[in-house]
Design a protein around this ligand. Structure first.
Ligand SMILES: [Zn+2]
Length: 498
């Protein structure tokens, strides 16, 4: 049997939705065949298993591997030349980005995620609705995660309408000059239907990849947003999710414009409409959920829907601030996601945790604000439960997978850290990627001494630099088309918010 005892001065076994944090001082985890076999005091576990090799030591804080519950790409839009902008314009600006090799791109963000202690990522895949598009792009992304040794929930995106605007894109396309109007009109009509996307992008992919890489890869669904999906598509995706018992992740009510759109589509608004279609339920996680009112929150709580909170993205794309305290007050499970890129334009989950903790500190002495335990739960167990892995990750209780992070306690403390400081406070307030010493996934070391062991960062960066150097074919046209669409969209939305 492949066994190992991981020792830590402070062992965080789990952080739960109610903010409670289960900590063992001078603790240890017995890892057996990649799973947590036992948790307890280091002295006792060593005495019971004297021949099992040990790892870590009293100078470490051990945590369950973190879960980034909303992720898209490697090179960030900023790196590709697109600044932060209102979401409605920004999505059109992304059309001018240089194409990036999907395998290398995934390695870039995977390296950053692992170094900040993320062992599981909810990867919201690019929509594959081009029947002539490369058939192997999803495989390339999944191969990258397998090579990194990371755990991934791969969410297949489904879009079957309104690709350019929340509504009325045909008239905007017609207004563009030739040849862009004809090109775009042809592009829009040539997209695969939701049923075709489900068949090729989900069912076939699931057959090939679900449970691969030693069970570290799982496949689930992402009806991408209300405006992007017809009622028929939403019902098809929900039926597939129900039949296969897989979760769904859906961007929703991210901007004020999306709220207006929802009210135009249905008298009951975005969430009421989804409820009418049977989409709301415990298998659904909504991404962003910024523009919600009390009745929306009541409905989400009643249906058992989770939120994935994306604070960096909401700030960067001028979306607003999700009312996190009102979600938490209703007991709605909240996960945490970095989205395209965090505040520092990278994938630093420890910084996202700090932002989630600090941005909702409502003024007043007795106001309800997130606790450090609640924020840790968001970044671990709550995130895990938005993926097919469920309670098998995001905690270190017996039976869970041995995905864990060892933080150097000495570096975390700096010059001094009072013994009175609870470990959850120390992590939320002070932990940085450079304090992450070791990361294990399935009991295997993927980060050692702060360096990713599975993939060479120098090689990946070198190859990306080489491939991205110089002009790429079609660049000028892509930039021109994108600029025209952005201006058309600016005019289109001018009166939406009254
Ligand atoms: Zn997103």
């Amino acid at each position: 049997m492949n066994e190992l005892i991981v020792i830590a001065g402070k062992l965080v076994v789990a952080a739960d939705q109610d903010g409670s944090v289960d900590v063992v001082d001078d603790g240890a985890v017995l890892v057996s065949n990649g799973a947590v076999a036992a948790v307890g005091s280091a002295r006792e576990l060593r005495a019971e298993h004297p021949y099992v090799p040990t790892f870590g030591g009293p100078g470490f804080v051990a945590l369950p591997g973190l879960v980034d519950s909303h992720h898209h790409v490697g090179l960030t839009p900023t790196q590709l030349g697109v600044p932060s902008e209102s979401l409605e314009l920004w999505t059109l600006m992304l059309m001018q980005c240089a194409p990036v090799d999907p395998y290398l791109d995934t390695l870039v963000s995977g390296l950053e995620l692992l170094r900040s202690g993320v062992t599981t990522v909810q990867h919201l895949a690019s929509v594959r609705d081009d029947p002539a598009g490369p058939a192997d792009a999803d495989d390339a992304v999944l191969r990258a995660y397998a090579d990194l040794g990371m755990r991934v929930s791969y969410s297949v995106g489904i879009v079957d309408q309104n690709r350019l605007l929340l509504d009325g894109e045909q008239s905007i396309v017609a207004d563009l000059p030739a040849p862009y109007n004809q090109e775009l009109a042809a592009w829009l009509t040539g997209r695969a239907s939701a049923a075709e996307q489900l068949a090729r992008g989900y069912h076939e992919l699931r057959k090939r990849w679900d449970g691969e890489a030693g069970g570290r890869i799982r496949i689930q669904l992402a009806p991408t947003n209300l405006h992007w999906c017809s009622d028929e598509a939403l019902q098809l995706v929900t039926a597939a999710s129900e039949a296969d018992g897989v979760p769904m992740h859906m961007h929703l009510l991210e901007t004020a414009y999306q709220r207006v759109y929802g009210l135009r589509r249905s008298k009951r608004g975005t969430l009421g409409h989804l409820d009418d279609l049977g989409v709301l339920g415990p298998r659904l996680t909504i991404g962003h959920g910024v523009h919600v009112d009390d009745s929306d929150l009541d409905l989400l709580a009643e249906r058992g829907v989770s939120l994935c909170h994306n604070p960096s993205s909401n700030l960067r794309l001028k979306s607003g601030t999700a009312p996190l305290n009102r979600y938490l007050a209703r007991g709605i499970p909240v996960a945490l996601g970095i989205d395209e890129a965090g505040l520092a334009d990278d994938r630093d989950m420890l910084l996202e945790i700090k932002l989630a903790y600090n941005v909702h500190r409502a003024p007043g002495i007795d106001t309800r604000v997130p606790t450090t335990g609640e924020v840790l739960a968001m970044a671990t167990g709550n995130g895990a439960r938005t993926t097919p892995f469920g309670n098998a990750v995001g905690n270190l209780r017996p039976g869970a997978r041995a995905d864990l992070v060892l933080v150097d306690a000495h570096r975390l403390a700096g010059a001094h850290l009072s013994e009175r400081v609870p470990v959850a406070d120390a992590i939320v307030h002070r932990a940085k990627p450079e304090h992450v010493h070791t990361v294990l996934v399935d009991g295997e070391v993927v980060v050692e001494n702060g360096r990713v062991r599975t993939v060479s960062e120098e090689d990946v960066f070198g190859e990306i630099a080489e491939r991205m150097a110089g002009p790429w074919p079609g660049r000028e046209d892509a930039e021109r088309r994108s600029r025209m669409l952005v201006e058309a969209a600016r005019r289109h939305y001018a009166s939406w918010l009254g």
